[in-house]
Design a protein around this ligand. Sequence first.
Ligand SMILES: [Zn+2]
Length: 265
Amino acid sequence: MAKAKKQAQAPAFMGLLEEMTIDEVRAFKPRVAVLPLGSTEPHGPHLPYGTDTYQVTRLARLGVASANKQGAKAILYPTLPITNNANFRKFPFACRIGIRTLMTVIRDIATQCREDGVMKLVIVNGHGGNPGAIMASMREIAGMDGMPFVCLASRLNPAGFKTPIEFPSEHAGESETSRMMWIRPDLVRTKKLRNNPLGKIKVPGLERADFVRPWHLYLPVSAGGETRVSSAAKGQAVIEAEARGLAELLVGLGKTKFNARFPYR
Ligand SMILES: [Zn+2]
C-alpha cells in the first residue's frame, strides 16, 4: 500500500517531463534538454510501425534517468512520433512531415528551450530518414544569435563496447528486432522472422555516392537482412550501452557552464 501511494506521487524519474507537475519542473531547474525523434513507419512483417519510437523512447529514458542520478539536470521532451519519410511513400501509412517542417519544429523547440532558460539541447534520433534535416537545422540555428547549443547524439556506444549484432542492417534487421524483443516482446511476430531481401544497385560506381534510396526498391518487404538470430539479451545490451553513452554526454553538458565560448575552453 505504502509503495503504491509513493509511486502515485512522483514521476518515474525526475526529468521525465510528461510525468512531472509544474511545481516539480520549477524546482528541478533543468540545465539541458533532450529531444527524442521517433518515427511511425512499416518495419517488415515482424515488427510494428512504432518500432523507432519505442526504441528511442526507451534509450532516452534510460540515459536521462542515469544522467540525472549523476547530477546532469536533464529534462526529457516527449518523443516526436512522426518525422521524415519521403523515401517510404510507396508503403501505406509511412507517416511523414516535410523536411522543412521537421527543420522548423527543431528550430522552434530550440527557441522554446532558450525561452525556458535551457541553453543546451541534445537531439536523440531513432530514425534513419532524419539526420539530413537535423544537421541542416543545427546549421540554421548556429547561424542565429542567442540560440542554444544543439547537438545530435548519433554515435552513442561507449568506448570499447563490442556489439553483439551479427548481421547489421539499416532497417528492421537483427538490431531493431532484438531491441523490440527486449522492449516490447508482445509486439514482435516471431513466426515471421527470416532473412529479408535487399535490393541491388545496377549503376556501377553509385555505391560510393550519396542518394535517397526509394525504400520500396531497396527493402521490398520494408525490412532488410537476417533477423532469426535476434534476441532480447542482444537488444538489452545495445540499448543499455547507448544509454550509458547518452548519460555520459548529458552529465558532461549538464555540468559544463554555458558561455560565449561553449563548448570550447
Ligand atoms: Zn526503425
